[in-house]
Design a protein around this ligand. Structure first.
Ligand code: CP3
Length: 353
């Protein structure tokens, strides 16, 4: 079946409008990690699934938790429920989610670890995720866009090399300095399989894509150019060749002053801004790049709620009005977020927008 044009899709799904050059108001909104443990219904489904990865690999349950925040809040976009660490898992690296501790992987420290990864076996796991996307496109309201995603090669590599999350990503940064002959092929492999992964998601019905580079901010500019910008550019080029119109959002978290160059050099259609970016920085980014800007309410302010939250939201909206803008948080929603604060947020964005 031929793809609908972006303009046709945007007619029905307002999330896509900014990517056609419009500035709809109130702005489209969704929240990073909008499916998750702050919702009691998520915790219930998660308990049914068993492990976290079991949830990711159960199309019925993964589709169910994707739909939960849409039912509650009517966001303009849903995001496929999965995880960026599905990619290393699909490559054959052991990935475990330890309750209360976060992800644990068998770290890749040398050429032997690298050689154990097998790009030929990713299809098995990726096709399960594609099935979730297919189900979602059937079950979502027609007006709700569906965002597919993956982790950026750099951020995924920090977990693959470090074996866990870390505040400074030192293991990956050191390997990149000391043994680029191991690190570069790892990044190249991640570029290849991530493009295939996103391709499957688009084929199954994703309307837009987001590439999460959560740890982009830990690199000095030369390393940023090499491990963040360059791999993302290759991914965007390849996806663009296959799907000239599919909107691609980048999230180079912490890129700060490198953000505008990141947007120009990678060719992403939009950029998600993290919490520390000043509102004026978002305005400048929108003006300089003429791309879609997304962000950037502090997830902790959503936990706190109240008048302070309302005021900050209005401040952000006032600055972004008339621009190609999507309302979002500056990072993922926190587990301690009261669901009623999210309801209030939606009300304020849609009222004052
Ligand atoms: O609703 C959505 O946004 C879709 C699903 C989604 C998850 N993770 C579900 C998840 C998305 C888009 C991600 C992205 C992701 N995963 C990132 C990039 C974004 C970011 O937050 O920086 C990263 C770095 C990961 C890796 C990851 N996954 C970590 C570090 C953790 C543990 C942290 C924690 O809160 O425990 C996960 C687990 C995870 N991924 C959960 C969810 C809902 C919680 C797991 C659970 O239910 O026990």
């Amino acid at each position: 079946m031929p793809f609908e044009s972006l303009a046709q899709r945007a007619d029905r799904r307002r999330f896509l409008k900014p990517f056609t050059g419009e500035a709809p108001w109130p702005p489209p909104m969704w929240l990073m990690r909008q499916a998750g443990r702050y919702l009691p219904e998520y915790r219930q489904t998660r308990a049914k699934a068993g492990g976290f990865l079991d949830l990711c690999y159960s199309p019925a349950l993964a589709a169910e938790v994707t739909l939960q925040p849409i039912r509650r809040y009517g966001f303009d976009a849903s995001i496929l429920f999965s995880d960026i660490l599905v990619v290393p898992d699909a490559l054959g690296q052991e990935v475990r989610f330890v309750e209360g501790e976060g992800p644990r992987l068998d770290p890749i420290e040398d050429i032997v670890g690298l050689s154990r990864l097998n790009a030929n076996r990713t299809g098995e796991k990726f096709s399960i995720v594609a099935e979730t996307v297919t189900r979602l496109r059937q079950d979502l309201p027609d007006e709700t866009a569906l965002i597919g995603f993956c982790g950026a090669p750099w951020t995924v590599a920090t977990y693959m090399v470090g074996g866990r999350g870390s505040p400074d990503q030192a293991a990956a940064r050191l390997l990149a300095y000391r043994e680029p002959q191991i690190f570069k092929p790892l990044i190249d492999l991640l570029v290849d399989v991530s493009v295939e992964y996103l391709t499957l998601q688009v084929e199954a019905g994703a309307d837009a894509l987001q590439i999460f580079d959560s740890w982009a901010g830990s690199l000095p500019e030369d390393q940023f150019a090499r491990w963040v910008t360059a791999p993302t550019r290759v991914m965007v080029e390849r996806l663009r060749k296959r799907y000239p119109e599919i909107p691609i959002l980048g999230f180079p978290r912490g890129a700060d002053q490198l953000s505008a160059a990141f947007v120009e050099e990678t060719g992403v259609d939009g950029v998600s801004c993290n919490t520390a970016m000043p509102v004026m920085g978002m305005v400048e980014l929108a003006e300089k790049t003429d791309r879609v800007v997304q962000g950037n309410l502090d997830p902790l302010l959503l936990v706190a709620g109240g008048q302070q939250m309302d005021e900050r939201v209005v401040e952000i909206l006032d600055a972004m009005k008339g621009r190609k803008y999507i309302f979002n948080l500056g990072h993922g929603i926190l587990q301690t977020t009261p669901p009623e604060n999210v309801a209030r947020l939606v009300e304020v964005v849609r009222r004052d927008g």
